[in-house]
Design a protein around this ligand. Sequence first.
Ligand code: GLA
Length: 386
Amino acid sequence: MTTEQLKEKFIEKYGPGEVNGYFSPGRVNLIGEHTDYNGGFVFPCALSFGIYCLVRKTARKTVRFASLNLPFEAEVKVTELNQRVGKEWVNYPIGVFAQFMKKGITFEEGADLLFWGDVPTGAGLSSSAAMEVVTGVMINDQYNIGVDKVEIALMGQKAEHEFALVNCGIMDQFVSANGKKDHAVFLNCDTLKYELVPVVLKGVKIVISNTNSPHKLDSGKYNERVAECKAAVAAIQPYKQIAALGELSWEEFLSVEDKIENETVRRRARHVVSEIKRTEDAVKELRANNLEKFGQLMNGSHDSLRDDYEVTGFELDTMVEEGRKIAGVIGTRMTGGGFGGCTVSLVRDEAVDTFVEQVGRNYEQKTGLKPVFYVAEIGDGGKKLF
Ligand code: GLA
């Protein structure tokens, strides 16, 4: 849908008058998975698709929420923008209003809001973070609040914790707020210092393959992994003073690994510490234009997520295995939280059609699910459109 069409939809719904529009992207993570809530590195990029939010301030003391993707609508008093509304999608934007209220901001004027997204939901491409960030960017601008993009990302993450009950890390909201066209964000999730690294892939495309097996981030498995990482830290603490796994180098981890008695917890920690190292190495390789090495690290990341972290599953593993059979695939791995969702692959230009056709056919044969493929375009972080 074009922005003109979106404006028309807004006017159809709420009547004529001035309208402003904002956009925040979904993301694909190139490498650095399940490292963010351990204070490690991640390396995601913002996508060209995401969530749009159209708005008009009103004299009414309520905020009206509507979406062009989902039928549920709500009207909430400006004094009650800190309360959950059942299990509905509106909790994502309301959760962000709530964070502003926590900062002592009172909303005197109401607003009419209309959301629309072209990022597939439940595919692990962070549609929820995009919705949180677009809401934050919109509120910040419309109500002249003056927080920065890092703060908006942190508020989005808090909204996710408190209103969607997922104890996520900062990666998704951070890249949705701070991403840049044709760049990946190399983020230290402990300090929130970041660098924008140009992604110049000569003759190579980033292909996203949606397994169409919905990722079940709120199923409790994600929070279980967060808890397992905390257990690993607790087991190491009597021997080495750390607050998070991200503080350990790979060599340090090897020297304390045997202190973690629980074998599952030990494997979880091994994934996290090795993935942080892979991410740092991958950024170096990309900067040096060594795409083959970058691809090998992506492959290593998937194998570690499959064997040690156990967040892949039949669909993601099948997609990756089929991808690896195609000549011209430089690297392929699951991306995002896991348990379904998408893979990300580096594919040589001349192999993209074969990839889509053969991986598509074989994946469907093995899983009974029809996949969807996108050639990713790296876009900008959250912004005002009009
Ligand atoms: C989800 C979370 C992120 C991150 C990834 C795994 O997308 O929202 O914070 O933990 O999973 O890397």
